[in-house]
Design a protein around this ligand. Structure first.
Ligand code: NAP
Length: 337
């Protein structure tokens, strides 16, 4: 047991597979780190392969999908579905097939010995195979006032915070699908939504552009970047710079929603797994990382598509590969003929 002391099987822990006493190690066949569409699809597939996967969901579960008000392009839901609703259904489906789900954060991943070690706030686990689906989190601008006012007028989640801006004026920074999707959502509450974009053409898909341009509450400030978030105790405005003329202006507003892309959540794996220059985990076409038995799926390894359906598909594929890996290990150990 790689020098980690007493080891336990899950069955030793009764109905508490999520905690271990000091020095105890909980053994699992397969651990899935993350609980977005990739992790939960992996859990459904691994559950149906009777691998009894453990999903370490994080204290806030569901990833970016759970924070999305409405998902219109996930197959099977013609009228769209709320992101949290979709995630909750995936959790129920995974549990139905025997997945254990714990709402704990991974604090350490160690692939130097085998089985691999995963520590959380509450427990130490060892697993024969691991699927990493830790996703990506919103990129910050790094401008003055952004951190100071985070949660006091600055947000990266319209679904979470939009309600607080009833009849208020907000700005949205970014020109991609997220910026427009969330701008349209914010018009349910806000009296006006001003999109600040650094170019004069949007990156967002045509359908979202059409809807945003047709929405009377949405206005655009082109060729401009946010230089500073202004305020005293809460946000009162933003300072903008026109990138063409260099002119600085101030715009009064009550809220600032930032959607300038995502950064992969891979800090735990740096130095162990191969990452690309932007920090995404490098996998082969079957979602294998450079370490045997460690797989990655979803946004944590996908800088290109970042769609719920793509993440779900990659999670399913990673689970199939993890099952093959475990079957091979069992065969080598003579556990199966
Ligand atoms: P994204 O597509 O990477 O767009 C980021 C936007 O932020 C771009 O317009 C970019 O400008 C701008 N930006 C980046 N860094 C900036 C900075 N430092 N200052 C100012 N602006 C900056 O990210 P996203 O919109 O979050 O979307 C992520 C992925 O999720 C995409 O693949 C998207 O298609 C997908 N998604 C899909 C849906 C949907 O299908 N309904 C909804 C949400 C997200 P430039 O354009 O100049 O590069």
């Amino acid at each position: 047991m790689a020098g980690l002391g007493l080891s336990l099987n899950l069955s030793d822990l009764g109905d508490k597979p999520n905690k271990s006493e000091p020095g105890q190690v909980v053994e699992r066949d397969l651990i899935i780190i993350g609980s977005g569409p990739a992790g939960l699809s992996a859990a459904i597939y691994a559950g149906r392969s009777e691998r009894k996967p453990l999903v370490i969901a994080g204290q806030t579960f569901g990833g970016q999908a759970a924070l999305t008000a409405g998902i219109e392009n996930y197959p099977g839901f013609q009228e769209g579905i709320g992101g949290l609703n979709l995630i909750e259904q995936m959790i129920d489906q995974a549990k139905k097939f025997g997945a254990d789900i714990i709402y704990d954060d991974v604090t350490e991943f160690d692939s130097s010995g085998y089985p691999y070690t995963v520590k959380t706030l509450d427990a130490v686990f060892q697993a024969r195979a691991i699927i990493i689906t830790t996703g990506a989190s919103p990129r910050k601008l790094g401008v003055p006032g952004e951190s100071k006012f985070f949660g006091r007028g600055v947000s990266t989640c319209a679904t979470c915070d939009g309600y607080f801006y009833k009849d208020r004026e907000v700005v949205v920074v970014g020109g991609g699908d997220s910026a427009l999707d969330e701008s349209i959502y914010l018009t349910r509450f806000a009296s006006s939504v001003t999109v600040i974009h650094r170019r004069d053409a949007l990156r967002a898909s045509a359908i979202l552009q059409e809807r945003a341009f047709a929405n009377e509450k949405i206005h655009f400030v082109w060729n401009s970047v946010l230089e500073e978030v202004l305020g005293d105790r809460v946000v009162s405005g933003v300072k903008l710079r026109d990138v063409k003329t260099g002119e600085m202006t101030e715009l009064a507003c009550d809220g600032v929603f930032i959607y300038v892309g995502l950064v992969p959540s891979t800090q735990l794996f740096a130095g162990q797994l191969e990452l690309d220059k932007d920090g995404y985990i490098i996998t082969d076409r079957k979602y294998h990382t450079n370490i045997p038995g460690v797989f990655a799926a979803g946004d944590v390894q996908d800088p290109h598509f970042r769609q719920v359906v793509v993440a779900a598909g990659s999670g399913a594929a990673a689970a199939i590969e993890a099952d093959h890996f475990l079957a091979e290990k069992d065969y080598e150990a003579g556990k199966v003929e």
